[in-house]
Design a protein around this ligand. Structure first.
Ligand code: ADP
Ligand code: MG
Length: 222
């Protein structure tokens, strides 16, 4: 579950989010749309704890996102995230990139190996396990990044313009995977400009303009 209660975020004089309130239940699939500069990435960054809201409250699961960024890593475990530019580590293999979150959590080697194999199969990339990022195509890189986001079994998957750098076919492959992950119970919140994807999926659409919520529809269009 994600809840924003009267959240405002200012950067100096710029109001990136303006008194924003909404709630997303466990297991929902939601598109967050709106023009460039509307505040979509700011919303994602608030969930990630990259910075704090100027005012208002944000809840993830049953807990409020801590006002202290020092405690934010505890909440980060509930959240998997993928970005437009993948953010993979270029001198590490597919296996090493995906294993990293579990290593940080101190999981055992054998457990890590099993779990990485499992998520790689889930994203249809089992045979690429020892490749480096430079040896993969864009669609494959995004699926590696998806596997890394899923490896610690998050309750929420946050995807910020995940198809922004993908060709149409890879974009649809990714969307299909996000739908499957959602069916297995994970809340998916995806920011996007892609009108075709939003319109053909008929999922809930939350639209921002100038930091304000201007639309929230159950089976929405862009
Ligand atoms: N770290 C930041 N510092 C200053 N201004 C920012 C920062 N992040 C975003 N903004 C501003 O906040 C507004 C919303 O940006 P953003 O959330 O990136 O929009 P979107 O992702 O919808 O394109 C924009 O006016 C942007 O310039
Ligand atoms: Mg953005």
């Amino acid at each position: 579950m994600i809840e924003f209660v009267k959240v405002t975020k200012k950067f100096g004089p710029v109001v990136a989010l303006d008194d924003l309130s909404f709630k997303i239940e466990k297991g929902e699939f939601v598109f967050l749309t709106g023009p460039s500069g509307a505040g979509k990435t700011t919303l994602a960054n608030l969930l990630l704890g990259k910075f704090l809201p100027t005012s208002g409250k944000i809840f993830l699961g049953q807990e409020e996102i801590p006002r202290s960024l020092a405690k934010i890593h505890l909440l980060r475990r509930k959240l998997g995230v993928i970005f437009q530019d993948f953010k993979l580590i270029s001198d590490r293999t597919v296996f090493e990139n995906i294993a990293l979150p579990l290593e940080i959590m101190g999981r055992k080697k054998a457990e890590i190996k099993d779990r990485v194999g499992e998520v790689l199969r889930q994203v249809n990339l089992g045979e690429r396990i020892n490749f480096f990022p430079a040896q993969l195509a864009g669609g494959e890189l995004q699926r590696v990044s998806l596997a890394r986001a899923l490896v610690a079994k998050p309750e929420v998957l946050l995807a910020d313009e995940p198809t922004g750098n993908l060709d149409p076919e890879s974009a649809w492959q990714l969307i299909k995977l996000l739908k499957e992950i959602n069916k297995l119970g994970t809340l998916v919140l995806m920011t996007t400009h892609n009108i075709d994807i939003v319109n053909s999926l008929c999922e809930r659409v939350i639209k921002l303009e100038k930091g304000r919520l201007v639309k929230d529809e159950k089976k929405g269009k862009y």
